[in-house]
Design a protein around this ligand. Structure first.
Ligand SMILES: Nc1nc2c(ncn2[C@@H]2O[C@H](COP(=O)(O)OP(=O)(O)OP(=O)(O)O)[C@@H](O)[C@H]2O)c(=O)[nH]1
Length: 348
């Protein structure tokens, strides 16, 4: 049976979804809650935006990932375009090491900016089709923030394309979504994709076994509109900006005040932001992870919603630097950077 197993194409799942929709949340859930041992290929944002590796690095009880391979974006490219060669090399590597890694399935998480169609084409190309079986394209949709991408003035081509190519859609963030938003998104989904199954989720709380079992549906046939969608180019109005600081911020409260001001003003353009923040401790924010009088926090933000959480620091881990990254359409790259340095490093 081992020989037969080795010859069988590896079930392969593609996780897509626009910026901040919940792909990493879903990936972590798959690794934690399924009985399947996965090899993971992650398409990370360009280095300037690759703040944190959020993937559990330790194998979890009951399920273990056999290591993650990362494929970074280059310039404004990702696995669907300019980094596709790198993606193919990563995939080749994972497939060649099947005996060694002993995984049962492959899961690929793309960045929010990646188009799904070109990636499925690579997976179904003659190079890979005999060795892997595209078992599902799972697209996560942000039920709180995605309504703005239905506005014709705000096209976000990737968002619609990812819905079109889905076999399964998680309409996620239901804990915060208004019923009006959900209705609008359900209608849009029905127009863009007539085959997919839609689950309503909070923090991607789907039955993972059921999700993995749902087979790839009728969506495999390329219709005429596929060609149109396959010809899509990335949304060029999207840009990234970041700031680094090698000395601690005065306090968590000061940083929160600064961030809230920026977010209030720019939230429509701040599709996604992340960061690692090092602050001095203050009595109002006792952190469980202080070193001397310093504490480290992780920032996760999507439009107007953000959260700052204490970040664990291993005893021998060097203190990280404060690093912030913002990504979004029509974003004034320089304004946010300048405001950060003006507030926290006026000497620069
Ligand atoms: N309120 C709420 N927040 C959620 C839910 N799912 C995810 N989030 C939060 O949304 C943020 C983005 O989630 P991620 O899983 O990192 O999203 P992603 O799609 O991987 O984001 P990218 O880094 O842009 O690829 C995080 O702060 C999550 O905790 C949800 O169902 N409800």
């Amino acid at each position: 049976s081992t020989a037969a197993e080795a010859a069988r194409p590896v079930p392969t799942y593609l996780l897509t979804g626009y910026l901040g929709a919940g792909k990493t949340t879903l990936l972590n859930r798959l690794l934690r809650e399924s009985n399947t041992r996965f090899a993971v290929i992650e398409n990370e944002y360009a280095m300037e935006f690759a703040i944190e590796n959020e993937l559990p690095t330790q194998p979890q009880p009951g399920s273990s990932s056999s290591g993650a391979v990362k494929v970074y974006e280059f310039g404004d490219g990702c696995v669907c375009c300019s980094a596709s060669e790198e993606f193919e090399l990563a995939l080749e590597d994972v497939l060649e090491r099947r005996d060694e890694l002993k995984y049962e399935a492959i899961v690929i998480e793309t960045t929010g900016r990646a188009l799904a169609g070109p990636v499925t084409r690579i997976l179904q190309s003659p190079t890979f089709a005999p060795r892997l079986d595209l078992s599902g394209v799972i697209t996560v949709v942000d039920a709180v923030h995605a309504v703005r991408y239905l506005d014709p003035a705000n096209p976000a081509v990737e968002f619609k394309e990812q819905i079109h190519f889905a076999d399964t859609i998680l309409l996620n963030k239901m804990d915060r979504a208004s019923s009006d938003n959900v209705t609008q998104l359900e209608q849009a989904i029905a127009t863009l994709n007539t085959h997919c199954q839609v689950y309503h989720t909070s923090y991607c709380d789907v039955d993972v076994q059921q999700l993995l079992r749902s087979t790839r549906g009728a969506n495999q046939a390329a219709g005429p509109e596929d060609d149109e969608l396959l010809a899509l180019q990335h949304d060029r109005s999207i840009s990234t900006t970041g700031a680094n600081l090698d000395k601690p911020l005065p306090s968590r409260a000061r940083f929160e005040k600064w961030l809230q001001e920026v977010v209030t003003e720019h939230h429509n353009d701040l599709a996604r932001y992340k960061g690692v923040i090092v602050t001095r401790t203050d009595p109002a924010h006792v952190a469980p992870n202080t070193r001397g009088d310093l504490a480290v926090w992780t920032l996760q933000g999507v439009h107007e919603h953000w959260e700052l959480q204490p970040r664990a620091l291993a005893p021998d881990e060097p203190l990280p630097m404060t690093r912030l990254a913002f990504i979004g359409p029509n974003m004034d790259r320089h304004v946010i950077r300048r405001r950060f340095y003006e507030s926290f490093d006026p000497s620069e």
